[in-house]
Design a protein around this ligand. Structure first.
Ligand SMILES: *[C@@H]1O[C@H](CO)[C@@H](O)[C@H](O)[C@H]1NC(C)=O
Ligand SMILES: *[C@@H]1O[C@H](CO)[C@@H](O)[C@H](O)[C@H]1NC(C)=O
Ligand SMILES: *[C@@H]1O[C@H](CO)[C@@H](O)[C@H](O)[C@H]1NC(C)=O
Ligand SMILES: *[C@@H]1O[C@H](CO)[C@@H](O)[C@H](O)[C@H]1NC(C)=O
Length: 574
């Protein structure tokens, strides 16, 4: 028995990775781009990323952020928690921004500090947080890094004149320097430092491309929030003439004839010819701005190779959230639960990672901190709301049958247009929602409840572009209609709504195994299992429904009653 356990333990450890054959712990290089979606073809325009990372590693084809906005997404990456648990829900005050990270205690309890506790040297360059600026960067300084050079507002998004603070020093503006190239060179310098030390290291590299170029006017709006002007991102001069003929792919959901979505999205007018030209230009500028990121990837790989560290270093490439350009009639921007905004790249290269493999298991940003822990062999924290992403061949095989299949996306607050063509105003209020994806071989559903209590249901096996909302008004358009999975949609919705109820206030392990909350005494861990007719009454009649009292700009629990904790039922057989 003991021998068997030891064998199993060894196997499990092997399946997780952690150190090389000499027992030296692996390093991690984490590259985080800004607002890079997966839907509209970006990776095809990054040949070096493809050569050095994607063909050398595993590409996770179903990776999602859990909030479609930089700041909450970054807070989830660096804490391993959903936004409803860290409550950093916006990019600026009062519900987000660097001061909120400090007041929520994140600066004293997050990934870099945990990595240092595990004996790692930690380095970071680029954008760490939003609203991290000249006034607040040293009150207090971002903790947890042995070496750091952070971009600071108001110049974080000005591609040609960034301001950095190095190791807490006085901020320096580099007028005329190209931000991504500077970040590349700073990162290469940190690799030299890391190579001299005995400890293993973690290096975070966070360029702002392909985020919009954002210029702070210096004025505040009526809400006391800094006014900004947004432009398409600026590429490095050497890339400015690339892709002159490229346009946004004209997929069925690009500026669709019939409006899609609900709430304010459903009211959007068609884009006119001027808008479309502008969207195409935006798209090209995004592709061009990514070229310097692509080169940065190659420079880091070459340097690791020259320093003899490539074989024992994990390289993780992702972005904070996605971005849409013209889909669903939306002008360039993010903040929505549509695929463009939440479905993003994740690629991992490193020791024992199978080459050129693509997996379709569902993974999210809250899984990244647990994944880093697994890579370095650290004990998982109890408060992680995600689970380590398997990275080895056997790890990937192990989870095919029992890894969770859900992705929960949540948002509170306004929608901000990043186009010069605005809707009624720059901000559209009440863009508050909870959306759910359930993805398996057999089905692929999207379900959302908005703060207006409108619902969306897309059967994405038959409707991958999210154009046909099967919910109309406040009921299913045709409750007896069957999904591609040949189950009545009203039965599917009853389950998805209960799953939403559990996930909207889930904590820790409860976010990873939500079906367990509903079926504590049974082995139900998928939508398919929950669709057993013996649970029909339980789901269709006994459970409370997810709803909002009214729309708000912040996560206010009193407006989101009932919760699973106070009204939800558990199925107890017998
Ligand atoms: C989240 O933070 C806001 C203030 O930023 C606060 O008003 C709200 O109550 C918090 N939500 C929860 C559920 O703690
Ligand atoms: C990195 O910082 C940690 C925490 O302050 C410290 O224990 C460690 O010695 C530092 N590493 C180096 C190489 O200075
Ligand atoms: C499209 O609408 C914008 C306003 O959003 C307007 O400035 C422009 O002239 C319009 N273009 C055409 C071709 O109608
Ligand atoms: C936003 O929601 C609030 C509360 O539900 C409502 O009073 C307000 O009219 C809404 N604003 C818009 C522009 O829909």
């Amino acid at each position: 028995m003991i021998v068997l356990s030891l064998v199993l333990l060894a196997f499990a450890t092997f399946c997780r990775g952690g150190h090389d054959s000499h027992g030296k712990r692996s390093n991690i290089v984490f590259i985080l781009s800004d607002d890079q979606d997966l839907q509209v073809d970006f990776l095809n325009y990054m040949p070096l990323l493809s050569k050095h990372i994607i063909q050398k590693e595993t590409f996770y084809g179903r990776h999602y952020c859990t909030t479609a906005l930089c700041y909450p997404a970054r807070a989830s990456i660096l804490t391993g928690k959903k936004a409803h648990n860290h409550n950093v829900t916006d990019t600026s005050k009062p519900y987000g921004g660097y001061p909120k990270v400090v007041s929520e205690g994140i600066n004293d309890n997050y990934l870099p500090l945990w990595l240092q506790d595990a004996g790692y040297n930690t380095y970071y360059t680029g954008k760490l947080w939003n609203a991290h600026n000249l006034d607040n960067y040293d009150s207090p300084f971002a903790r947890g890094f042995n070496g750091s050079e952070f971009l600071l507002d108001p110049k974080t998004y000005e591609f040609y004149s960034p301001t950095f603070t190095r190791n807490g020093g006085k901020p320096v503006n580099f007028n005329g320097a190209y931000s991504t190239d500077m970040i590349r060179d700073i990162a290469l310098g940190f690799l030299d430092d890391a190579a001299k030390a005995d400890n293993p290291f973690f290096l975070g590299v966070a360029p702002v491309a392909p985020n919009s170029d954002i210029y702070f006017t210096g004025e505040d709006d009526a809400n006391g929030i800094p006014e900004v002007v947004t432009n398409p991102p600026f590429p490095a001069k050497r890339h400015k003439d690339l892709f002159n003929d490229v346009i946004v792919p004209r997929t069925p959901h690009f500026n669709p004839e019939r409006p899609s979505g609900v709430h304010w999205v459903a009211k959007l007018p068609l884009l006119n010819a001027t808008h479309i030209e502008f969207n195409d230009c935006y798209y090209r500028q995004r592709l061009r701005s990514l070229q310097a990121v692509d080169e940065l990837v190659e420079a880091l790989v070459d340097k690791l190779d020259r320093l003899g560290m490539l074989d024992n270093t994990y390289i993780v490439y992702t972005t904070d959230n996605g971005f849409h350009v013209g889909q669903h009639r939306l002008q360039p921007g993010k903040y929505c639960p549509f695929e463009e905004d939440v479905h993003i790249p994740l690629a991992v290269r490193g020791p024992r990672i199978p080459e050129n493999k693509k997996t379709e298991i569902a993974t999210t940003h809250t899984d990244l901190a647990p994944t880093f822990f697994s890579m370095i062999g650290a004990d998982m924290r109890d408060d992680f709301g995600g689970a380590a992403i398997p990275i080895t061949e056997c790890g990937l095989e192990e989870v095919v049958h029992d890894r969770f299949e859900h992705v929960q996306v949540e948002y509170w607050g306004f929608y901000l247009s990043e186009s010069k063509y605005r809707y009624e105003g720059r901000r559209i209020p009440n863009n508050t929602y909870k959306a759910l994806r359930v993805i398996s071989k057999d089905y692929n559903f999207y379900y959302a409840v908005w703060c207006t209590n409108e619902h969306e249901l897309y059967d994405m096996k038959s409707d991958p572009y999210q154009l046909h909302n099967l919910y109309s008004g406040d009921s299913l358009a045709n409750p007896s209609r069957r999904s591609a999975f040949s189950v009545s949609l009203s039965k599917v919705v009853a389950r998805l709504d209960s799953l939403t109820m559990v996930l909207k206030t889930c904590k820790a392990e409860g976010c990873v195994k939500p079906w367990k909350q509903l079926h504590p005494k049974e082995n139900v861990n998928s939508l398919k299992a929950a669709l057993n007719p013996k649970y029909d009454h339980f789901y269709e009649v006994e459970q409370p429904r997810a709803k909002y009292d009214h729309c708000a700009e912040a996560y206010l629990l009193e407006l989101e009653q009932p919760t699973f904790e106070n009204m939800g039922k558990q199925f107890i057989p017998g």
